[in-house]
Design a protein. Structure first.
Length: 170
């Protein structure tokens, strides 16, 4: 299980130094994501993509659940009260559940891709002023060591929130 750590870094040079330190500490580059002001130079920093910048994943998960429940209920209603005396079975319930889950995930992800990530919103002002937001996904057993290392070696870096759980997506 991984935790996402947030760091506000004042400039590009320091961000590159910290990324190098993370890589030396065996944190893979795919677990490091940097958000900068639109159009700002990023050097060789691993830029955050849509999954980190938007509510895409969270919205899709919510849509999947809501659509699945709605499809299940629609299937159960159709089986309980069949239209025009048709004999409907459990396959209909499974089909409506899957269709509802798929449709809900799709619709919600289309909405979520347009919304900024809730955690990033609190850092928007600092990003607009030129600071860089670094998000690092580490195992929960390494959270304290990473935070302490940053505080000790780079006191000018602002350590932000820690998200409780981030699924391991490539």
């Amino acid at each position: 299980m991984r935790r996402r750590l947030y760091f506000l870094v004042p400039n590009l040079e320091l961000a590159e130094t910290i990324v190098d330190e993370f890589l030396l500490a065996r944190i893979e580059e795919r677990h490091i994501h940097v958000v900068a002001k639109e159009g700002a130079p990023m050097g060789h920093l691993p830029e955050a993509d849509l999954r980190q910048k938007t509510d895409l994943i969270e919205s899709a998960e919510h849509g999947l659940a809501a659509g699945g429940v709605t499809g299940l209920l629609a299937g159960l209603v159709a089986v309980t009260f069949p239209p025009a005396g048709l004999a409907l079975g459990g396959g209909l319930v499974a089909a409506t559940t899957l269709a509802g889950a798929g449709f809900g995930a799709w619709v919600s992800s289309m909405i979520g891709i347009r919304l900024p990530n809730r955690e990033i919103r609190q850092y928007e002002e600092a990003i607009e002023r030129g600071q860089l937001l670094m998000m690092v996904d580490v195992g929960k057993e390494h959270v304290e060591a990473v935070v302490e290392r940053i505080r000790h070696h780079h006191p000018e870096v602002e350590v932000g929130a820690t998200e409780p759980h981030k699924p391991v997506f490539p």
